[in-house]
Design a protein around this ligand. Structure first.
Ligand SMILES: [Zn+2]
Length: 206
């Protein structure tokens, strides 16, 4: 048995109250939905209503009727007009290709990030072998790696005194001193490379 997550309960109570029958998510007439109901589509439509989509296809109905379809893809559903005929475009959400099975992996990732023990995730996902769960748990992204590394207690770098910084700058090969302005003609200061100290001293001897 898997307990119902506490934050989910108000949503289920609402669904029970809205239902016309004893079923929680019945068909429109209160009866049980057929076995082959495409629940995946229900999930994708629900995600689209929540704004979780892969952008929107804005189509022109007039151009489509004329046999020359005009469709633009945008990240938002803002009102736009057809560049060909000027008619209002109709935004249609592009659904994310999410399956119910993907939600299992999402649950596992969220459990891992929340620090839930592997055995707890194994029981929730109903895996017989913990190695299966460990496989899902090992799917980490860069953010997870950064989070993990930041848990190590590394002491903060001490503040450097300004004088100290000045010495470092003078000694560092990456921060050379400005080349001195030459008194005699020949090489102008602009042509002297900032990094080439040897070139400057050779130039002085000419
Ligand atoms: Zn048009």
């Amino acid at each position: 048995m898997i307990p119902i997550a506490e934050p989910l309960k108000p949503f289920l109570r609402e669904a029970l109250l809205a239902s016309r029958s004893v079923l929680v998510f019945p068909a429109a007439d209160g009866s049980m939905r057929p076995r082959d109901t495409p629940l995946q589509d229900v999930l994708r439509r629900a995600l689209a209503r929540a704004g979780l989509v892969n952008g929107y296809d804005h189509g022109c109905r007039r151009c489509k009727a004329n046999g020359t379809p005009h469709v633009e893809h945008h990240d938002d559903a803002a009102r736009r007009h057809c560049s060909t005929c000027g008619m209002k475009l109709w935004p249609k959400p592009v659904h994310r290709p999410i399956r119910f099975h993907d939600l299992r992996a999402t649950t596992a990732t969220l459990l891992a990030r929340a620090g839930a023990p592997l055995v707890v995730a194994q029981r929730i996902l109903r895996h017989s072998d913990p190695r299966l769960t460990a496989n899902v748990y090992s799917r980490v992204d860069l953010g997870d790696l950064r989070e993990g590394l930041n848990r190590i207690g590394i002491p903060a770098m001490p503040k450097l005194a300004t004088a100290n910084l000045r010495t470092r700058r003078r000694l560092s090969p990456w921060c050379p001193r400005r080349p001195q302005r030459r008194k005699r003609g020949g090489v102008t200061p602009q042509t002297i490379s900032m990094r080439s100290k040897t070139y400057v001293s050779r130039g002085d001897r000419i």
